[in-house]
Design a protein around this ligand. Structure first.
Ligand code: HEM
Length: 327
């Protein structure tokens, strides 16, 4: 009996110590945070996202990418949504990784407007992005999970920080792993999140360096030849075209991405790089065979990404009436 009590006490001490070790953020976000504050917040976001994504599934891809690009720069604080002003004319959304490729801003505007009508000044823009990414994952991948909420919005947005913190399509595995490690995410979580490249589109400029002057040996040669038809040599091109990330199941968030990586038919050098360590290559291979494992790992990594450096007190605020300007 005595030994059972001492085991119990030891467990309690460890559990408390662990809780203290968690970043403030993870400890204070909560599933159902808005239940008492704005009962319909989550369902309003869901129906807004639904109405846009049904018309244009690409916007769902945009929202999932927006969540990633928000969380990697100053944490998940909606800094990516801030418009330039005379006082700050270089916000994150104008940076190379975001402009002109990031999309879905109109969906967040619409969701925020609806939520404000019902509960003025209560629901943060950062939470709306996190919820919208979850709702898009459900619509495109039948992936369903609960999102801890309670984030506040930041008051700072700086385009240079986006360039410093977001991984680029030409990164090798070491650079990718370092970029995710800086945000507290493992190589394995990086591989799981990369599955988002099974939806949406890419501009030709993100990968034409793999097509010209010759098709990179890291790319399937006939795939490269067909991409060349869609994306002319930038030397002669007049505009930057777009192509699907996944030519097989374009609007489905599924494991086709990993099959594409294995067959050297994924667009980016960074995608190919997942084959360059035994661990990441094995994980890619596992996902091609175990879609349910991919789903679960994707969910866990999405939730974890949502806790990066979140603000839950001052100087954070609930931005309003729009997400485009600080209060
Ligand atoms: C591993 C490092 C990553 C790199 C280097 C990378 C790079 C890129 C690039 C260059 C594009 C195409 C942009 C364009 O030219 O239009 C893109 C698109 C996209 N990325 Fe990533 N990405 C990475 C990780 C992620 C993660 C973690 C997510 C989300 C969980 C994500 C979600 C997406 C989505 C959904 C699109 C399509 C967006 C649309 O159709 O609007 N990516 N990514």
């Amino acid at each position: 009996m005595e030994s059972k009590i001492s085991i119990l006490i030891t467990c309690l001490i460890f559990a408390t110590a662990f809780q203290l070790l968690l970043p403030v953020s993870e400890a204070s976000l909560k599933v159902g945070y808005y239940k008492s504050k704005c009962k319909r917040a989550e369902s309003i976001v869901k129906s807004t996202v639904g109405s846009y994504v049904k018309k244009n599934p690409g916007l769902g891809a945009g929202l999932i990418r927006m969540y990633f690009h928000d969380c990697f720069v100053r944490g998940c604080d909606a800094s990516v949504l801030l418009d330039p002003t005379p006082a700050n004319n270089q916000t994150e959304k104008l940076s190379i990784p975001n402009n002109p490729s990031l999309r879905g801003f109109e969906v967040i505007d619409a969701a925020k407007a609806e939520v404000e009508k019902e509960c003025k000044g209560v629901v943060s823009c950062a939470d709306i992005i996190a919820l919208a990414a979850r709702d898009a994952s459900f619509l495109l991948g039948n992936i369903s999970y609960k999102v801890p909420t309670g984030r506040l919005d930041g008051r700072v947005s700086n385009s240079a920080e986006a360039l410093q913190n977001l991984p680029a399509a030409f990164f090798n595995l070491t650079q990718l792993e370092a970029s995710f490690a800086k945000k507290g995410l493992s190589a394995s979580e990086m591989v799981a999140l990369s599955g988002a490249h099974s939806i949406g589109r890419s501009h030709c400029s993100s990968f034409t360096s793999r097509l010209y002057p010759s098709i990179d040996s890291t790319m399937n040669q006939s795939f490269g030849a067909s991409l060349r038809k869609l994306c002319p040599d930038p030397k002669n091109a007049t505009n930057d075209g777009v192509v699907p990330q996944d030519f097989v199941t374009q609007d489905k968030l599924d494991v086709q991405y990993y099959k594409n990586v294995e067959s050297l038919t994924a667009l980016f050098f960074s995608d190919w790089s997942l084959l360059t360590s035994t661990e990441t290559r094995n994980q890619v291979d596992t996902y091609t065979k175990e879609p349910e494992k991919f789903k679960q790992d994707f969910i866990n990594a999405m939730v974890k990404m949502g806790s990066i450096e979140v603000l839950t007190g001052p100087p954070g605020e609930v931005r309003g009436p729009t997400c485009r300007f600080v209060n």
